[in-house]
Design a protein around this ligand. Structure first.
Ligand code: AMP
Ligand code: MN
Ligand code: MN
Ligand code: MN
Length: 284
């Protein structure tokens, strides 16, 4: 039997639309067998997600997606199989929350100067207890009619050069990789095709990531095209990195694809789950 494996998705703990328990129930309906929840900079959804996954017979993998600044760009590093109770990880993520809040206030100040008042309060009301992200600002601005949907809000207000964009210093690549490794996890470069790096920097990133102990890159993700599956499969092979796959699901209608429809990894890839005992059990 072929397994549906999805190692990247988001809940309301970060910028997803579904609560962790609803996300897992949705994954079950979509026929997913192995699921990692990878909220941005937060591990708060993992315990309840695992419980619900157990009830549905889904093999659950702890995950997180850590924001990193590398060569003035924001990269995302997924940590799979991390221990959410690890002290260093918890304390580093807590600091990211504090920094995200300061950044959100700066974004709101900048938006206020552009004639949009109360964006911090508005975004915060949507985020509720979750970490505050640009997606919460996008939803607030779309609700207020500043653009027709969240995608247009991003284009108009929330990307580099636009009024609500604030340059933010996330943690370094080596810090993120080390935090993941030290908490027993597996570092994975998320959606490498999204960073607009150019070939030289892409090679440099792979090299650096590997030298810090990085293990895998996402090859199949909803934001890669089929030619990019091949391109990153080749790159993984070249650098002796394993391959991962995930939908990066954020919610109905706002993700590039629904869960459960990922194409398989290209044949020459070494799957990141190759030696995971819990995945062998499902396959048996
Ligand atoms: P943040 O980590 O607060 O900067 O928010 C980043 C999140 O915003 C990403 O994880 C995506 O979910 C979302 N995002 C980033 N760029 C776009 C875009 N151009 N259109 C829609 N959503 C985006
Ligand atoms: Mn996101
Ligand atoms: Mn990401
Ligand atoms: Mn993601």
């Amino acid at each position: 039997m072929s397994l549906k494996i999805d190692l990247h998705c988001h809940s309301t703990i970060s910028d997803g639309m579904l609560a962790p328990e609803d996300l897992v129930a949705y994954a079950a309906r979509q026929g997913v067998n192995v699921l990692a929840l990878t909220d941005h900079d937060d591990v708060g959804g993992l315990k309840v997600a695992r419980q619900v996954a157990d009830e549905h017979g889904i093999t659950f993998i702890n995950g997180v997606e850590i924001s990193v600044t590398w060569k003035k760009r924001t990269l995302h590093i997924v940590g799979l199989k991390i221990n959410p109770d690890n002290k260093a990880l918890k304390s580093a993520l807590n600091q990211v929350h504090i920094d995200r809040d300061a950044r959100a206030r700066e974004m709101a100040e900048s938006l206020a100067k552009a004639g949009i008042p109360d964006a911090y309060e508005g975004a915060k009301a949507i985020a509720k207890q979750a970490i505050i992200t640009r997606v919460h600002f996008a939803r607030f601005l779309a609700e207020k009619g500043y653009a027709k949907d969240t995608k247009s809000v991003f284009k108009k207000y929330l990307v580099k050069g636009k009024p609500g964009y604030v340059n933010h210093q996330w943690m370094t690549l080596v810090q993120a990789v080390k935090l993941i490794l030290d908490s027993g996890g597996i570092p994975v470069i998320a959606h490498p095709g999204r960073y607009d790096l150019g070939i030289i920097n892409m090679l440099l990133l792979m090299h650096e990531f590997r030298s810090y102990g990085g293990v895998a890159i996402e090859v199949v993700t909803s934001s890669h095209t089929p030619p990019q599956y091949q391109q990153f499969a080749k790159l993984a092979h070249q650098f002796g990195l394993k391959s991962s796959q995930g939908s990066d699901y954020h919610g109905q209608g706002i993700s590039f694809m629904e869960m459960g429809y990922l194409p398989p990894l290209p044949a020459n890839c070494v799957p990141v789950w190759q030696d995971w005992p819990e995945v062998q059990v499902v396959a048996a």
